[in-house]
Ligand binder design. Structure first.
Ligand SMILES: Nc1ncnc2c1ncn2[C@@H]1O[C@H](COP(=O)(O)OP(=O)(O)OP(=O)(O)O)[C@@H](O)[C@H]1O
Ligand SMILES: [Zn+2]
Ligand SMILES: [Zn+2]
Length: 793
């Protein structure tokens, strides 16, 4: 008799363990590690994942229940991914099942519905059933409350049975197709069209899609005639949903590498040839041709018969990157795009799982792509915070990449013009192998950058958001037919509404944050919970009608720019890109129609590579400096350097202008001088003094509840638990209210643990997590434990 260890699909912490089931004789050949199975669990039937198979168990084998059935022909998880799930659950204090369901596409997660059916016909139950005119089986959800109440006694008595039925998120997509029968041809008379169509269809051995036939100009009438005469049969075929299918990608041959690129490439190939799990930090200035190195490294890995994983911060923002991969590798690429539907994602996932794609390109969650035999993992723009998931499990893609690389003995490349301090510090210590690219691939030089002091500008009488220097520079580009990219890290119209008599600013009733004015909707919006309120005609506080707007967002700046330059502007922010595919549409418009100005929030800062962009302006370089986070300087430096990097990437040389009220600030000053090294040293000195990462590791505990009282109680307990269990070298900061004290009517309190070496820490964290998950159920308290947090808010 064989037994399976199964992780069941229930998220409560007390079932965060492995259960044993018998494998029925008939299934013993089929069920493998990694299979999804249906198992009995208490009164229910639920989905689970087989993580181990063995021939004996510790318990009384007679009392162990059998697996009901297997849900797949082939296992969905590989042993490698199961092992990875275990590691992540442990490292990030998450439940095993939550990690497994993060690894798999949503389409494979179980979704259940409750069904009722009549068990014993005859008698009262059947009368009641028929009285309600119910079909043989009915979903509980579709019944009215009174119907359900009427059926209740029969459910209790067992005459009506309640069953949980698993459903899937996705169905296969079918399309109408035509199949030739190759029947011997009779006389077609004058029906030339029919003959022509039959020739066309018979060119296809298997089938041809009806849509394709119609596209070729044949009518459904002609098709019908052929069907009637028996030459053609109608059928439905399963189609793969490839969202890039209808596009043509121009082939892109490899470029000849310059000497810096060549050196980097050879270093990486050395590790590939040695089959070592080495991590490279590819520190290359913007436009230095990192992508070309990725492409050629991948080509080499594919030649060796291995596979590659390429991560980008956000696919929607980098359509050019996807195009370059498609152009180089064609159908061998699977793009796991977060904008796809569940079904489309599942199709791409399946293609990867079946070995139909050797290169996977995607955002954070693609790091779990079920590729086997990995030869290289690349994380582009490694400093981006999107690589860390903000929900449980709060994993970082680089951690996953490194774990997988050890399994496959393959290398990892972390690429960036502005590496995170943590990664750069590791390269200093030799943990990562650092490779530098100091020159641009095409122009060789970086754009010249100017700083404009906005307080001087205001004093000299220009109170506009556009300085004279920037205005003149934009005017010149418009004259020359070149393009400008402008960054304003603030969406909406005005920032907020304010009463000029008492200073009152309308706040969100659910969150401790002021509401942002959006002109297009003529309303005040909360950017945290989505709350919407009408614009105030008088002050809520003192009833004065002297209410006005302050601050400037992208929507308003667009208006200002239109007045100032009277020219075309593409605006990109969360408001204009909400609809699917809008990022790409707007960028295409900007490129193809040579629109003079692209204005946007930080979503325009990275990846764009347009030869005609010769000017980049940052309207307010200070916005990031004011975020309540110890990484504010680092984020400022990164954002400014990345956006500056969009200028003059090809033949035309570029110019950059930073407008700021803090011209002397080192993050701004050193971004202007493109001096990463000095920035790193200065920032490290600050981190050392303030005892922050990378000198210390962090764990952030955030407790939320609708009352302050409960938050305080819980954080105090956690504080006590920590004091008891960590060494006196660790530092515990808090409990204190989080920087945003209330979101969506939940108060938030936090504790930050800073430590260097705590051998028992994982155990302690797991205990705290377990304890509070119990409490959570009873008191609606929520605790998030963020290991290596990217935000301290
Ligand atoms: N060896 C080369 N010869 C000619 N052109 C090159 C070469 N390498 C790269 N390029 C071109 O230089 C431009 C910049 O390269 P790429 O986009 O790869 O830089 P990057 O380092 O990834 O930039 P960023 O970090 O700013 O996004 C691209 O248009 C690319 O096609
Ligand atoms: Zn007022
Ligand atoms: Zn809100």
């Amino acid at each position: 008799m064989m037994f399976a260890s199964v992780i069941v699909s229930i998220t409560a912490s007390d079932v965060n363990k492995v259960f044993e089931y018998k494998i029925p004789e008939g299934l013993s050949d089929l069920i493998k590690v990694g299979h999804r199975v249906l198992v009995p669990f208490g009164p229910r039937q639920i989905q689970g994942y087989v993580v181990d198979i063995k021939d004996e168990v510790e318990y009384d084998a007679a009392r162990i229940k059998p697996i009901i059935r297997a849900l797949d022909i082939r296992p969905v998880l590989t042993p490698e991914l199961i092992q990875l799930a275990g590691h992540l659950a442990d490292h990030y204090i998450a439940s095993y099942i939550s990690v497994i369901e993060t690894i798999l596409p949503a389409a494979l997660k179980s979704k259940s519905k409750k069904m009722l059916s009549l068990h014993s016909p005859g008698g009262e139950a059947e009368l009641a059933w028929q009285g309600m005119n119910l079909p043989h089986e009915v979903e509980v959800k579709t019944l009215s409350a009174s119907q359900l109440a009427a059926l209740k006694p029969y459910i209790t008595s067992g005459e009506v049975i309640e069953e949980t039925v698993l459903t899937q998120h996705t169905k296969k997509k079918y399309a109408r197709a035509l199949k030739p029968t190759f029947a011997p041809r009779g006389d077609f008379g004058r029906a030339y069209k029919q003959l022509e169509l039959l020739d066309f269809i018979e060119q296809h051995d298997e089938y041809v899609l009806l849509s394709e036939v119609l596209e070729h100009g044949y009518t459904s009438g002609t098709v019908n005639e052929l069907v009637k005469k028996g030459y053609v049969r109608r059928t439905d075929v399963v189609v793969e949903r490839d969202p890039y299918k209808s596009r043509v990608f121009e082939e892109d041959p490899p470029k000849e590498l310059n000497s810096e690129q060549e050196y980097a490439y050879n270093e990486i190939i050395r590790a590939v040839e040695e089959d070592t799990a080495e991590t490279f930090l590819l520190h290359g200035v913007t436009g230095s041709g990192k992508t070309e190195i990725y492409l050629q490294t991948i080509a080499h890995v594919l030649d060796k018969g291995r596979t590659a994983l390429m991560l980008v911060p956000e696919i929607a923002l980098t359509p050019q990157m996807v195009n370059r991969f498609k152009a180089r590798f064609g159908d061998e690429v699977a793009v796991l795009h977060s904008g796809l539907s569940h079904g489309e994602k599942y199709d791409e996932w399946l293609k990867v799982r079946n070995g139909g794609a050797k290169v996977v390109v995607g955002a954070r969650s693609s790091v779990f792509a079920p590729v086997e035999n990995l030869g290289i993992i690349i994380i582009d723009e490694e400093h981006e915070t999107t690589y860390k998931q903000q929900d449980r499990p709060m994993y970082h893609a680089a951690e996953v990449a490194k774990y997988r690389s050890r399994y496959y003995n393959c290398s990892v490349i972390l690429g960036s013009a502005t590496p995170s301090l943590e990664s750069y510090a590791r390269s200093e210590r030799g943990v990562y192998t650092r490779i530098e690219l100091n020159h641009r691939a095409v122009t060789r030089t970086l754009p010249e950058t100017k700083i404009v002091d906005m307080s001087v500008e205001h004093r000299s009488g220009n109170i506009s958001i556009v300085s004279d220097t920037l205005r003149e520079a934009i005017e010149e580009r418009i004259r020359l037919g070149e393009q400008t990219v402008l960054l304003l890290n603030r969406r909406g119209y005005a920032n907020f509404q304010i009463c000029q008599d008492c200073g009152h600013v309308p706040n969100c009733p659910n969150c401790d944050i002021s509401l942002t004015y959006h002109k297009a909707q003529y309303s005040l919006l909360c950017h945290y919970c989505g709350y919407e309120d009408g614009v105030k005609r008088e002050c809520d506080n003192c009833s004065s009608d002297e209410v006005t707007f302050r601050g400037t967002g992208t929507e308003k700046v667009e208006e200002i720019l239109r007045d100032m330059f009277n020219t075309g502007i593409v605006r990109m922010d969360n408001d204009t890109t909400r609809r699917k595919g809008m990022h790409e549409k707007l960028l295409d418009k900007f490129e193809q129609e040579k629109v003079p100005i692209l204005l946007g929030t930080q979503m325009i800062a990275k990846g764009l590579d347009y030869p005609n962009v010769t000017l980049v302006g940052v309207l307010n370089a200070d916005t990031m400096l004011n975020i309540p986070d110890f990484r504010a300087n680092e984020k400022t430096y990164q954002l400014l350097t990345q956006v500056a990097g969009r200028a003059g990437r090809h033949e035309l040389s570029g110019e950059v202008i930073f407008q700021t009220y803090n011209p002397g600030h080192y993050a701004i000053d050193l971004a202007q001088g493109n001096d990463y090294r000095t920035f790193y040293e200065k920032e490290m000195a600050f981190r050392r003094l303030a005892r922050y990462s990378p000198y210390y590791f962090h764990v952030l505990f955030t407790v939320s509840h609708e009352t302050v009282q409960k938050c305080l109680e819980a954080t105090t307990h956690i504080h006590q638990a920590l004091v008891k269990s960590v060494t006196d070298k660790a530092i515990i900061v808090g409990p204190s209210p989080s920087p945003i004290e209330r979101i969506n009517n939940q108060y938030r309190f936090q504790i930050l643990l800073k430590y260097k070496n705590e051998p028992n820490l994982l155990e302690v964290l797991h205990e705290i997590n377990l304890h509070y998950n119990e409490l959570y159920k009873k008191e609606k308290l929520s605790l998030k434990i963020d290991v290596d947090p990217k935000y301290i808010m």
